[in-house]
Design a protein around this ligand. Structure first.
Ligand SMILES: NC(=O)c1ccc[n+]([C@@H]2O[C@H](COP(=O)([O-])OP(=O)(O)OC[C@H]3O[C@@H](n4cnc5c(N)ncnc54)[C@H](O)[C@@H]3O)[C@@H](O)[C@H]2O)c1
Length: 261
């Protein structure tokens, strides 16, 4: 089914992991894509989507830089027409005991995970308002927007922040045909989880590669499997679809039952 034919979608952090899976799913359902990343291989990632028959542009963009974010949305509009759907997915994590957590880690995590989401929403809303056609914003939070895990106070704070800005913006644009929702992935197998597994694993006990993730999944995820980017993409595309017209300001878990609140 081509639910997103003629729609233009921006996905930040779209060169790999969850973001690339989201982009691919939109593309397979007919959307045109501008994928953005601070990593230059986003251009190759877009090319590989094009090889799959998906209209895609790769844009190098640091989501903490307001001018770069403006240029990203300009490029999406110039290439494909107005922006219909924007997925704020770029994110970073570090893990440290509180006495070792630096101010720089605090600031950069808040900058990418919270301010970056805000700057992209701000730019997308301006364009959706100007078009008068409404739109959809989906912001990536985390299970850590529900329940802060150990050694990541900065990450948890940044993701709780995403939930708050999602609710506030949803109220502001509700009469303009724009919905704003957030998602909370649980344990999803990506480069980010490889880092988590190694660093949390070393800090929490004698875990070898992959063992911490396996243990958390076994003990805490009722479905007893980690998630995939495709699992997350299913929720994001639903929230962007015509079936989700009356859903806004929500934060929805996609985590195999890890967190049930
Ligand atoms: N993997 C998980 O288990 C998990 C769980 C909950 C939430 N999340 C969230 O999902 C999102 C995607 O994570 P992932 O697991 O795919 O991680 P990943 O490390 O594979 O990808 C992160 C993406 O963000 C991009 N990025 C980082 N800093 C950026 C910046 N300043 N400007 C633009 N792009 C930037 C990277 O280039 C990359 O594309 C993140 O927001 C993350 O916090 C992941």
């Amino acid at each position: 089914m081509k639910r997103f034919k003629e729609k233009t979608v921006v996905v930040t952090g779209g060169n790999k992991g969850i973001g690339l899976a989201i982009a691919r799913r939109f593309g397979n359902e007919g959307a045109r894509l501008a994928i953005a990343s601070v990593e230059s291989n986003v251009v190759e990632a877009a090319r590989s989507l094009e090889d799959e028959g998906i209209a895609a542009r790769g844009v190098v963009c640091d989501v903490t830089d307001k001018e770069a974010v403006r240029a990203l949305y300009d490029e999406a509009e110039d290439a494909f027409g107005g922006v219909d759907i924007s997925v704020q997915n770029a994110g970073i994590i570090t893990i440290a005991k509180v006495e070792n957590l630096t101010e720089q880690e605090w600031d950069s995590t808040m900058d990418v995970n919270t301010k970056g989401v805000f700057l992209c929403c701000q730019e997308a809303i301006a364009r959706m308002r100007a078009s008068g056609k409404g739109g959809r914003l989906i912001n990536t939070a985390s299970g850590q927007a529900r329940d802060g895990f150990i050694y990541t106070p900065h990450y948890a704070a940044s993701k709780f922040g995403v939930m708050g800005l999602t609710q506030s913006l949803a109220k502001e644009v509700a009469l303009e045909g724009i919905t704003v929702n957030a998602i909370c992935p649980g344990i999803i197998q990506t480069d980010m989880w490889d880092y988590n597994d190694k660093v949390w694993g070393e800090m929490l006990g004698d875990y070898g590669p992959g063992e911490l993730m396996a243990s958390w999944v076994e003990n805490n995820v009722p479905m007893k499997r980690p998630g995939s980017g495709a699992d997350v993409a299913g929720l994001v595309t639903f929230l962007a679809s015509a079936d989700a017209t009356y859903i806004t300001g929500q934060t929805i878990n996609v985590d195999g039952g890890l967190i049930m609140s």
